[in-house]
Design a protein around this ligand. Structure first.
Ligand code: C5P
Length: 228
């Protein structure tokens, strides 16, 4: 296999207010992590999966991943995460087997991301050789502020919101992480800071990140609607 996905699932989910590691919270009866990993195993291209889990839940996570992977269990690995997302991604990259050329980094909290989005991002990365992120136009009017004072409207036609999976040539992403001077909020930020080229492909509304109770309710509504 030349493709891998690192699913980061080591966050605490404080903003969800559930008192549980977020990726282990069920959405319509099935955990976010189960949903996220299962999607990767539906891809036509064989793909190695590394799940980065909270240290306290490694055994539980291994059982969960084995159950989802079935016969593909040999293509999985579960490792402990770090203090922030950056450290968790780095732990995931360190766990990849030899031979992987393209890696996607994916938030477990974006558990309804369609399989077609994974396929599109990997394909674009492989044909261009660059980093690729799924992106959607910004629909709100966006203001630059100083404290509570509005300074100006930012031209939203030049802005997008980005999602995951974000796909990169593995060697270049490893180098970028090794060179990183500060914590970025996504992998494309790390890759750009090291001089890499990052392109966009169209994202999907269902690939939103579940952060709040409202997001969870929205995710349950989407599942009910599609009877997943
Ligand atoms: O907290 P937030 O939702 O922005 O985190 C995005 C993703 O990064 C989540 O899937 C979360 O589990 C993961 N994460 C992690 N390790 C951390 C913090 C966040 O794997 N220390």
């Amino acid at each position: 296999v030349s493709r891998a996905v690192v699913v980061v699932a080591a966050g605490s989910g404080t903003r969800l207010g559930i008192g549980d590691a977020k990726a282990f919270v069920p959405v319509a009866g099935e955990r976010m992590l189960t949903r996220a990993v299962r999607t990767v195993f539906t891809l036509a291209e064989p793909t190695f999966v590394v799940v980065v889990a909270p240290t306290a839940r490694l055994d539980e996570c291994r059982a969960l991943v084995a159950a989802v992977a079935g016969p593909a269990a040999a293509l999985t690995s579960v490792v402990a995460g770090g203090a922030d997302r950056h450290a968790s991604v780095q732990a995931g990259l360190d766990a990849l087997p030899d031979g992987i050329e393209w890696v996607g980094v994916h938030d477990a909290a974006r558990c309804l991301t369609p399989a077609a989005q994974f396929a599109a991002v990997f394909e674009r990365a492989e044909t261009t050789g660059d980093g690729v992120v799924p992106a959607l136009p910004v629909t709100d009017t966006v203001k630059r502020v100083e404290g509570d004072l509005v300074v100006e409207t930012v031209d939203r036609s030049a802005l997008v919101g980005v999602q995951t999976p974000q796909v990169f040539p593995l060697r270049a992403l490893r180098d970028a992480y090794a060179a990183a001077q500060r914590s970025e909020t996504d992998d494309a930020g790390v890759f750009r800071a090291a001089g890499g080229v990052v392109r966009t492909v169209p994202g999907h509304a269902d690939a939103f990140k579940i952060t709040t109770r409202w997001d969870l309710a929205r995710a349950e509504a989407i599942v009910a609607d599609s009877a997943l």
